[in-house]
Design a protein around this ligand. Sequence first.
Ligand code: PRX
Length: 577
Amino acid sequence: MAAQIYSKKEVKVKVSPNLADYQETHASFNWQEASKDVEWFPNGGLNAAYNAVDRHIKTARKDKIALIWEGTNGEKKQFTFHDLYKLSNKFANLIKGKGAEKGDRVFIFLPRIPYLYASFLAILKNGSIAGLLFSAFQEQALLDRLADSGAKILITNTELSKRLENIRKDLPELKEILTVDTAEFEAELGKQSEEFTAIATDPADFAFMLYTSGTTGKPKGVVHQHYAIVAQHATARYVLDIHDEDIYWCTADPGWVTGIAYTILGNWSNGATSVIHEGRFDPDKWFQILADYKVNVWYTAPTAIRMLMGAGDDLPKKYDLSPLRHILSVGEPLNPEAIHWSIKVLGLPFHDTWWQTETGCISIANYPAMDIKIGSMGKPFPGIGAAIVDDLGKTIEDGKEGNIALKPGWPSMMKAIWQRQEKYDSYFVNGWYLSGDHGYRDTDGYFWFIGRSDDVIKTSGERIGPFEVESALIAHPAVIEAGVIGKPNELRGSIIKAFVVLEKDSLQKVKDPQEAQKLKDELSQFVKKHLAGHAYPREIEFIDKLPKTRSGKIMRRILKARELGQPIGDTSTLEEY
Ligand code: PRX
């Protein structure tokens, strides 16, 4: 079936897009030229946080609002670029005083409060490496990340710091925990100077790291360099289409890469007034934020969009959403219904964007000036070469399924996997970076997503490794083994489903359906409490035995095929079936 096209001739709101002609920019773009849009130090140094905030202090943007913040209980605060500059300088002086040096890992474990953003900037200005921890993480997830990175300082609050009580003894490298909601901290921060000279880091120096999941093993630390700001700046300009007068809202948490690249770095480097909402998703609240702050550019995710759709078409009618000009989505497939809905209700199509923690910036996208083929992820960002290749890294003809691959060399390609060179190297085949996603390119050059080539689960847009959930389940005394898959779900993209092998006594017990349900609930809660609030199995099935390869690896693909009633495919490596 031919794709439906949303022609840009239908666009009613006229603001000249920063990228006026995709083909033209694609042909002329080069990173050397693009890197002139950020400010370099005279010695060739480059600091991403300096570019996000400090450089504006010398311009008319100094007193412009950078951050409009709304807290969980409706509290409101605003910060100009100058305010953010001063606050992050104080933070930088404080962590420096606590012993944070260049290259040291300083982690942040906070809800979306202003101190999160100021401390992130401070860490980069100090030349240290910022690590971000999603506030839903519990003991095991925290321990894995803080231990692997060898974090020296942790910035958190009183409530979240309680999750560290039992694991602190296992973190010998963690020297300092700063709880930002205490009177002592306020007093100490208050004493710091508002002046701090951002370190002229080498463009290749590490700036921040984020742990993300693959199929096997514990999460790995994806590390990004300061030079990534060049790509984050260019993509915020051309894809998010940020103009100086815009009010911009990206709903992502900085525990995920979108929240770093586009609620801190690329948006502020373009001088955008950015809205941050601390609270949880709530349809009424979200429409209210769009209306109250007159948001023009909105970057969000498919699960949230589907939930907004689920709230009914009358709800958005209560709000004046007419300031919206450009709306985008990331993180999981954007279904055509979501685009049709936004055209109907908001008068605008959602623009899908595709990228990953590892790519550090939007890599394939739909642009304001380019027709949308509804259901497609769009075309590669100018300056990023994309192709479909086979497993050996040979390009495949248009229309055929293969690996979505990118040509290394764009500024925000991950610089390292923390202390795992072989893991880093395994991403590259025959001169291509392989994303782990499958898709195809059509003859017009548009890319279409098919699915993951591995067992990574995307639930509500969040990337979960099955191994982490399996390990958490096995820690429960009733569980011998577990196999975890993503089960397709209309609202959340996928939900986590666990197949669990029980020890004998529990096996007897669960013959009673009530006991079985009780244990299922207990296991879900157990994962929630020990691993993370968002990474628990919503469905559990007790099973006698897990399908495994002869070498003992769980064959999740067989669990999935069985679950979906699909053919199980090649079982030649299966232990016994
Ligand atoms: O499978 C793809 C999916 O999200 C993965 C990357 O997840 P993460 O590293 O958490 O980064 C998400 C936000 C940058 C990809 O490998 N994904 C991302 N965008 C899309 C998508 N799947 C389909 N369509 C997209 N637009």
